[in-house]
Ligand binder design. Structure first.
Ligand code: BGC
Ligand code: BGC
Length: 866
């Protein structure tokens, strides 16, 4: 087996346990591993839970191999805020007035992209959420007035008493996970990975209350935060949502953030008009899945579940967090949405949690035997509100039937509704009136206010961790010529990561962050005030005589499963840090400011830099970076300390203090200050992983997104947010076998769509008879498509650097395979391949593509054509 084949195999087994929204992608990967094409009939929409239980947990790892082995008595018993007798009395009064239909409506939450106010009234739904891309209007985010108008429409519909004895107001939830980042003009705070490095729980409390205020401006009642994950494997695409790998650090933050969002239980301002309902998520062990696979299975002991992953929940529940979100993931093969032991026996009965449990995005559908529209198992296990974004109507009908037939006991439904009413009453939802009438509603003076931005800037300063400072190159003198390079310098989106303006967060321009500041702009302010000069050259090509180079680069934005990596190797895709060697060789000091959602193996980048700063995902207040680099106030210094261990090898995906083997490059708690000797000697550049495992060189597009190190391009311009139109080409996300796992490309005139990076060596693969493989469909216009490889002819390059083969598409998805040698024979330089896929469509043509990758050859099935 070649190394690439083994890489494909390895990937497929890594992916094996992962729960895709349906199992057909799994079929694809399994087929990939065995080098077969996927017969179309294998692609079904039925979740297949059996597939994920095929990997038997290793008994040595799992003291409690059987899911029934939960022992609630071994979990902390928590004294939660006492029930308010007045609220309980009101619930007793309301419950008997509700019809069965109303009760079922209360336990269902729909997404604003899929439900109208009229439907909220008709079905008496308990809640509406707006997913990461679901703002009202034509953008994934909206301004305060637009949000407020929609909030009023849902609220007013919900309280319309027509046809009912008593109407229950709806509550509106959203993911304000680092500030209210889907609201135009909001303050975008650093993601939790950076806040963990501040080791400042009090600051987190202030950030939470600022976020709650901004949520009230747009009429939201509820945020799906905090994430209390304790990520144990940094391959996981949601590592940045967790404060730390250390349970004690997560525990030190959780009460502060809950109190900041909701106000302190019992205090005068608890759930007043400056606060919002909080959701601790994702319960439980979202950060403990096997291989760090998003939505995967945590094959760990009950003790680890309790001592590591539940660490943040005890203080949150004790503080009176009003809701908890169930995790997509499973423990020992049992999905959390259906895990009665953990939802009911532990969380509610042992830990005395009195609020309600909300599901995650169709997460109930992952339970064995469930679908998105039919799942009594979840409610029976202790889920109180289904998150049923687009499936709410079918789910409503089936749930109603299940209560009528007794599959769902009436007591259980009543308990769920009681909990939801308890939260609504505690939150004052019945009295607050329409969102637009509340005191902060539409108050733009409080939105992204100077105070909130100053707080965010402080958080940026405190989150920066200095890893290397040879010869004391930092702090920098402001009065000199500073060359700033790198794609992160002038991109607030790149500095903010996922869950910013849109779900994935990529591709937003700085003018979509009014009031925000890029890191470059912060540097420019600091330097020009002192009479120095800043020269900006994003790709580091400028030929100037600078005193110092500041390079700002790192990971591109991603969210959820799209951020899962094969290992913790940093694979630059939009900037080659090698470009920095020119400066180093000329004796100009290089300072790297590294943007990432997790610690990554960066030994080559650290070696090439005189100083190296882990800046995480700082958000909209980039000025905080310059504050520290230039020490614009004599009191400023690096105080950030690692809340995640930094790897010495790219294979150290699971690297956690206190767990053997532990051999980090920089341990948990590491971080330099200016007075420290910051010398870090030359580091080994042996990544510890086989070349064939290095990232996804042979996987170009998966789950609807380009894989590192690849990007998507239209006529040579990188695109990452969809839909995206440039010149004559439009790219958008579509569903093939799973949600948004494919791209649609349409041409209104001549234009080139490509997947690209800078030159990658595929000579071995091309000699080894590997093939370019992808799924494709014709969705309009001519069926014949020119598929090429090489360089991007649309970038004005010599046409000869690319070669094309005509491919006939059909209106059914089919797998296309083209031998690399066909392209090599036509003169494509396989030693330095920039574009593994180029599509040159014709005007009026629309195609869909998915899962573009290298695959082993199919034995001469493909010829090169003429
Ligand atoms: C995520 C949650 C989020 C929810 C609503 C899910 O896909 O896992 O963290 O709260 O969507 O956007
Ligand atoms: C939504 C997100 C959600 C995700 C789940 C997206 O379309 O915008 O909020 O978390 O789907 O897959």
């Amino acid at each position: 087996m070649s190394r690439i084949e083994s890489a494909v195999k390895q990937r497929s087994s890594l992916t094996h346990n992962r729960l895709f929204r349906n199992a057909s992608l799994m079929a694809l990967f399994v087929a990939l591993a065995s080098c077969q094409s996927v017969p179309e009939k294998q692609i079904t929409d039925t979740p297949d839970e059996t597939a994920e239980t095929t990997e038997t947990p290793d008994a040595s790892q799992t003291a409690n191999a059987s899911p029934s082995d939960i022992h609630p008595e071994l979990w902390p018993s928590i004294e939660t805020p006492p029930l308010d007798p007045a609220i309980e009395a009101r619930i007793d009064e309301i419950l008997p007035q509700l019809t069965l239909e109303q009760k079922v409506g209360q336990v269902i939450q729909a997404d604003s992209g899929s439900v109208t106010p009229e439907e909220v009234k008709q079905y008496r739904l308990g809640s509406v959420l707006s997913g990461g891309n679901s703002a009202p209007g034509d953008k994934p985010y909206a301004d305060a007035a637009t949000w407020l108008a929609a909030a009023d429409a849902y609220y007013n519909a919900s309280i319309d008493p027509e046809g009912v004895e008593i109407a229950i107001p709806v509550i509106w939830g959203i993911d304000a996970v680092h500030g209210h980042a889907n609201l135009l003009g909001a303050t975008v705070f650093p993601h939790n990975v950076g806040l963990g490095a501040t080791h400042n729980p009090e600051l987190i409390g202030e950030i939470a209350s600022a976020t709650a205020q901004e949520l009230n401006i747009s009429g939201h009642d509820w945020t799906f935060a905090p994430t209390l994950a304790v990520p144990q494997n940094d391959r996981w695409g949601r590592t940045y949502e967790g404060f730390s790998e250390a349970p004690s650090i997560v525990a030190s933050y959780s009460a502060e953030i809950v109190n900041g969002l909701q106000g302190k239980t019992g205090a005068e301002d608890f759930m007043d008009n400056t606060h919002v309902i909080s959701s601790a998520k994702h319960y439980l062990a979202d950060g403990g899945t096997e291989n760090g696979i998003d939505q995967g299975d945590a094959l760990i002991s009950e003790a680890e579940l309790r001592d590591i992953h539940a660490a943040g929940y005890a203080p949150a529940v004790e503080s009176g967090v009003l809701s908890v979100m169930a995790s997509f993931s499973a423990w020992q093969g049992v999905r959390m949405h259906g895990n009665k032991d953990l939802l009911t026996d532990v969380l509610k009965d042992r830990m005395n949690f009195n609020g309600f449990v909300v599901g995650d995005w169709n997460g109930h559908a992952l339970i064995k035997g469930c679908t998105a529209t039919d799942c009594p198992q979840a409610l029976n296990a202790g889920l109180d509100m289904y998150m049923a974004p687009d499936s709410w109507r079918g789910l409503y009908e089936s749930t109603l039937e299940h209560v009528k037939s007794g599959v769902i006991p009436m007591d259980r439904l009543d308990d769920a509704v009681r909990r939801i009413l308890r939260v609504k009453l505690a939150a004052g939802t019945f009295e607050k009136g329409a969102p637009s009438t509340r005191p902060l509603a539409g108050d733009l003076s409080q939105l992204g206010s100077a105070d909130h931005r100053a707080l965010a800037r402080q958080a940026v300063r405190e989150s920066l961790v200095l890893l290397k400072n040879n010869d004391g190159v930092l702090p920098l003198d402001t009065n000199q010529t500073v060359l700033v390079v790198g794609p992160g310098a002038d991109s607030i989106a790149k500095a903010s990561g996922g869950w910013t303006l849109s779900w994935q967060g990529a591709g937003h321009s700085n003018d979509e962050f009014p009031g925000g500041q890029s890191i470059l702009s912060g540097i420019t302010n600091a330097v020009s005030e002192a009479g120095g000069d800043v020269i900006f050259s994003p790709d580091a090509s400028a030929d100037v005589d600078a005193d110092v180079v500041i390079a700002i680069y790192g990971e591109d934005p991603y969210a959820e499963f799209r951020g899962d990596l094969p290992n913790v190797d940093f694979m630059p895709n939009d900037f080659d840090p090698e470009a920095l060697s020119r400066f180093r060789d000329a004796g100009t000091p290089v300072v790297s400011v590294f943007l990432s959602g997790r610690p990554l193996w960066t030994n080559p980048e650290i070696n090439i830099s005189d100083a190296f700063v882990a800046a995480w995902l700082p958000g909209s207040e980039g000025g905080g970076v310059a504050d520290i680099l230039f020490q614009t106030d004599p009191n400023f210094d690096f105080t950030g300390r690692l809340s995640y261990s930094w790897p010495k090898l790219a294979s150290q995906n699971e690297l956690n203090a206190g767990k053997e083997p532990y051999d980090p490059l920089f341990p948990l708690g590491y971080g330099l200050s200016y007075d420290d000797d910051g010398t870090v000697g030359p580091l080994s550049e042996d990544s510890g992983i086989d070349e064939s495992e290095r990232g996804d060189k042979g996987v170009f597009l998966t789950n609807g997104a380009a894989s590192v190190p690849w990007g998507l391009m239209i006529n040579g311009t990188q695109v990452d947010a969809f839909p995206f139109t440039l010149e004559n080409v439009e790219v958008s996300s579509i569903d093939h076998t799973a949600q948004e796992d494919a791209l649609q490309i349409g041409w209104s005139g001549p234009g080139v769509f490509a997947i690209g990076s800078y030159g990658q060596d595929f000579s071995r693969e091309s000699n080894g008879a590997l093939e370019l493989a992808f799924n494709a469909v014709s969705r309009g216009g001519p069926a014949s498509l020119e598929v090429g490889m090489g360089c991007d002819a649309g970038e004005g390059n010599d046409e000869d650097c690319a070669a094309f083969l005509p491919v006939e598409l059909t209106s059914e998805w089919q797998e296309i395979r083209l031998s690399l040698s066909c392209f090599a024979d036509r003169g494509v330089n396989m030693e330095s391949l920039d574009r593994p896929l180029i599509l040159m469509g014709t005007p009026g043509q629309t195609v869909g593509i998915s899962e573009v990758r290298l695959a082993t050859d199919t034995n001469g099935r493909i010829d090169c054509g003429s």
